[in-house]
Design a protein around this ligand. Structure first.
Ligand code: ZN
Length: 556
């Protein structure tokens, strides 16, 4: 009989603790979107915020009720009642209930130092606060979770009192006690000792909530699970105050892929990277390239030896199959690149290249020269593929460049400028097309003008658009005379590809990347161009319509 994997509850607090990061701020709409995506992933609990602390969090609870979450329970966060009043009279607890969530989580003291110096009450009074608060919540919500603040520091300071606090909430009927390493200073062996003691003292379910001040929040969380905790609290990408919270994006695959616990359905785990990147995007934080499991570099191979290894068996230099968490293996092309990288890349592109082929040497030389100039092909695989095709003499010409021109216009101080681009190309039939387009910037205008000129020949270009555009200044010291590298990511809804351009002129660098991006799409689709008679009419009507649309958009 097969053993059924033990389920570990995933409790996300990105929307509450994660938003304590100094650089993270999410709107109500963002928060609802994150909640929906976490629900889709299969997270069990989503802590939406502290309704007693701000209006935005209260608004989130109103809005999220309209979302049809299929799996996750929304929880509202608050703190135990103040001293000297009944829980039922405590204003913050009333606000907590007003969020109308099925689950309420309250944080309370378990460290005698805090009881004495922060609350300035007796230990006995603290036990009464804990008990009264949980008993009150249990009458009003389906599920009450107690976050034992500073539990680990408390346990090592006064174990008897710390455990008495847990017993006080257990006696009030708490559903789960979550042990918190609030200051993030504890190490895995201490977590193990204190979790064992907590489990011996109380019979209710135990969870774990760690902060990353010692950079072991993930390890601490795992240690707690291995000692019986059934719930892990953390945030997406480890967002949170100071050094952040325990990172669920690492915890979940560690528990599931390495230790055999069950956190999410395997098919959902494949969406982990997508959700991690979405949260970065919404928070407007640059993704951490070296982030475990989901970072851009997490499965990137540079050294030639590694590349020849993974070609034989990916397991030689990878701890898991990147696809399990929705990531990709990347083979980087750089000055370190050896013949093995080139052969591997060629195979990826569908080109069968013998490792003894003399053209490989030519390609390596060319790559070295271009990288010396400042081109970078990490993230611009499509440009590299085109470079390879050119070097091997396999490139097919789809159109010829004749000229382009870009104007920028600003008419009113308080209105955004707009750009117009005119592009002339020579089609595959040798005839010239001149096309103009308006855009919200020069690159946008050039992109539209180029594609509209080509669409009559290649209607498949209609489906593609720019997904991302990045400019990097290379010679910082040279100010406005510096070279810039432009990276463009394009998509046609099915594929996503990156291209690169380099120049002292940002429009020229963008143009190079744009042309590569279009060439790549044409190369991949490999369709025959349409004949000119049909093309001419198409070009004119389309260009005219495009201009009208753009003009209308710029007015609005
Ligand atoms: Zn916390």
């Amino acid at each position: 009989m097969m053993a059924v994997a033990k389920h570990i509850q995933v409790y996300d607090t990105t929307l509450r603790d994660g938003c304590q990061s100094e650089d993270v701020s999410l709107t109500v709409e963002d928060k609802v979107e994150v909640a929906e995506r976490l629900d889709d992933l299969g997270f069990d609990y989503i802590e939406g915020g502290w309704p007693g602390s701000n209006d935005r969090d209260a608004a989130f609870f109103r809005e999220v009720r309209k979302s049809r979450l299929r799996h996750a329970k929304i929880t509202a966060f608050g703190s135990t009642r103040r001293a000297n009043i009944r829980a039922s009279q405590d204003r913050n607890l009333q606000l907590l209930l007003r969020a109308e969530t099925p689950v309420a989580t309250v944080v309370g003291k378990t460290w005698d130092l805090h009881v004495k110096d922060a609350l300035r009450i007796s230990n006995q009074e603290n036990l009464e606060i804990l008990n009264d608060t949980i008993a009150f919540l249990k009458k009003n919500v389906d599920e009450a979770i107690f976050d034992a603040e500073h539990f680990f520091d408390g346990y090592f300071s006064n174990p008897e009192f710390a455990l008495d606090c847990l017993k006080a909430v257990e006696a009030a009927g708490v559903d789960l006690i979550c042990l918190c390493d609030t200051n993030g200073g504890r190490l895995p062996h201490e977590i193990e000792t204190a979790v064992k003691a907590a489990r011996a003292a109380v019979g209710c379910d135990i969870g774990i909530h760690c902060h990353n001040d010692s950079e072991v929040a993930v390890a601490n969380t795992i240690a707690a699970v291995q000692n019986g905790a059934i719930q892990v609290q953390g945030t997406i990408n480890g967002f949170g105050e100071r050094c952040g919270n325990a990172n669920l994006v690492s915890i979940v695959p560690n528990l599931q892929l390495k230790l055999g616990y069950n956190c999410l359905p395997a098919a959902k785990l494949k969406k982990l990277r997508e959700v991690a990147m979405l949260v970065y995007e919404l928070a407007n934080v640059t993704p951490f390239a070296r982030q475990a499991y989901v970072g851009r570099s997490a499965f990137a191979h540079k050294a030639g030896l590694h590349v020849s290894g993974i070609q034989r068996n990916a397991h030689t230099y990878e701890h898991i199959d990147p696809a399990m968490v929705g990531n990709d293996r990347r083979v980087l092309l750089s000055e370190l690149a050896g013949r093995a990288n080139i052969v591997y890349k060629a195979r990826e592109f569908g080109i069968d290249l013998d490792s003894g082929n003399e053209k490989i040497g030519v390609l390596l030389e060319e790559l070295k020269r271009l990288e010396g100039e400042g081109y970078a092909y990490d993230g611009a695989d499509a440009s590299f593929e085109l470079l390879m095709l050119r070097t091997l003499g396999l490139e097919k010409e789809h159109f010829r460049f004749v000229s382009f021109r870009v104007f920028d216009d600003k008419w009113h101080e308080d209105q955004a400028p707009f750009s117009e681009a005119v592009v002339i190309i020579e089609g595959p039939d040798g005839l010239r097309t001149r096309n103009s387009a308006i855009g919200n910037g020069p690159v946008n205008a050039l992109d539209s003008a180029l594609r509209e000129a080509l669409i009559p020949y290649y209607p498949n270009l209609e489906a593609m658009h720019l997904a991302d555009y990045k400019v990097r200044v290379l010679d910082i010291g040279r100010g406005t005379g510096a070279r810039v590298r432009v990276l463009i990511e394009s998509t046609d809804g099915k594929r996503r590809w990156g291209t690169v351009g380099l120049s002292t002129n940002v429009v020229e660098a963008s143009w190079q990347a744009l042309v590569d991006s279009v060439e790549y799409k044409l190369h991949k689709d490999n369709l025959k161009p349409r004949v000119r008679s049909a093309a001419r009419n198409g070009a004119q009507s389309r260009a005219a319509r495009g201009n009208q649309e753009s003009a209308a958009a710029s007015k609005g």
